[in-house]
Ligand binder design. Structure first.
Ligand code: FE2
Length: 288
């Protein structure tokens, strides 16, 4: 009798408990919003030495650990040569605390550059935010660039505002305004051949503007990885300005002679992220 009960219990475990445990693990993995480091490698004959860039986008004033410890710890470990803040670092509905926790630590410690995202304009405080961001030692780029020397190698970093800067209050405008095109043209005109060049632009969907723009690399965000992904099958379900099944939700894309890297960003708002962990992007550019 006892043996038969034991046999029955064992059967029940294999039939129900193990599949349930497996399903729980699978769901926890799929819905995880734990920070991940996503790495990209670029090569260029224009560099003499390797340059490592960290990309932070779409933080939306989110907080990673006590005082941003988790994000700051990851940055410290990666030890980038330069940090690019590619828009939607602040938010229109979330208090700014997480932004200043981050910038107060990185502003003086690394060369940092910032361009705006749409949510910073939606907050109605974009100009005040930019001013405060600069006070933390971060360079704000608005249709302009800087040439830096890192590890004995020159590097050009350009940046444009989000197109909503010129939308007169409209949301998710495209890049057709004369002002936005003017910012891009000013960057293109200032770019010098023979020095590796990076364009920071929050919007990934403006590929026609980036294609053969002359920049070696465009860095974007905004798409949040398309929120829901299925590995090897679906690279994003929906992204603003791209709609369903976005073509540029996250990853590396080649646009003529220009590469574009789109971060899936760090946003951890109430929307689910499925197989789409928030990411700190590290780009290592090595001499060819
Ligand atoms: Fe955005």
């Amino acid at each position: 009798m006892g043996k038969s009960i034991l046999k029955h219990t064992k059967k029940q475990i294999f039939k129900y408990l193990l599949p349930a445990a497996f399903l729980c693990l699978l769901l926890a993995h799929a819905f995880s919003k734990r920070l991940v480091i996503r790495r990209y490698e670029e090569t260029s004959p224009l560099l003499e030495n390797t340059v490592r860039m960290a990309v932070i986008t779409d933080l939306h004033a989110g907080i990673y650990g006590d005082g941003q410890d988790e994000l700051l710890g990851a940055l410290q470990k990666e030890d980038p040569d330069v940090i690019l803040l590619v828009g939607d670092i602040a938010d229109d509905e979330v208090p700014d605390d997480g932004v200043w926790m981050l910038l107060s630590e990185i502003g003086g410690a690394y060369p940092c550059f910032y361009v705006s995202g749409n949510h910073e304009f939606w907050s109605g405080r974009a100009e005040a935010l930019k001013q405060k961001i600069e006070e933390y030692g971060v360079e704000v780029l608005e249709g302009e660039g800087r040439t830096l020397e890192i590890n004995g190698t020159k590097l050009q970093i350009f940046g444009v505002d989000d197109p909503d800067c010129f939308g007169g209050g409209a949301r998710l405008t495209d890049g057709s305004s004369a002002e936005w095109q003017g910012q891009l043209a000013a960057c293109e005109a200032a770019r010098r051949d023979g020095i590796y060049s990076v364009l920071m632009s929050h919007r990934p969907e403006l590929v026609q503007d980036y294609e053969n723009s002359g920049f070696d690399l465009v860095v974007s965000g905004h798409a949040h990885g398309g929120q829901i992904r299925i590995p090897l099958i679906l690279n994003g379900l929906f992204a603003p300005n791209q709609g369903w099944f976005p073509s540029y939700a996250g990853g590396r894309y080649l646009l003529g002679d220009t590469a574009m890297i789109v971060s899936r960003g760090l946003c951890r708002n109430e929307l689910p992220r499925i197989y789409n962990r928030p990411e700190l992007v590290m780009i290592e550019i090595t001499p060819a």
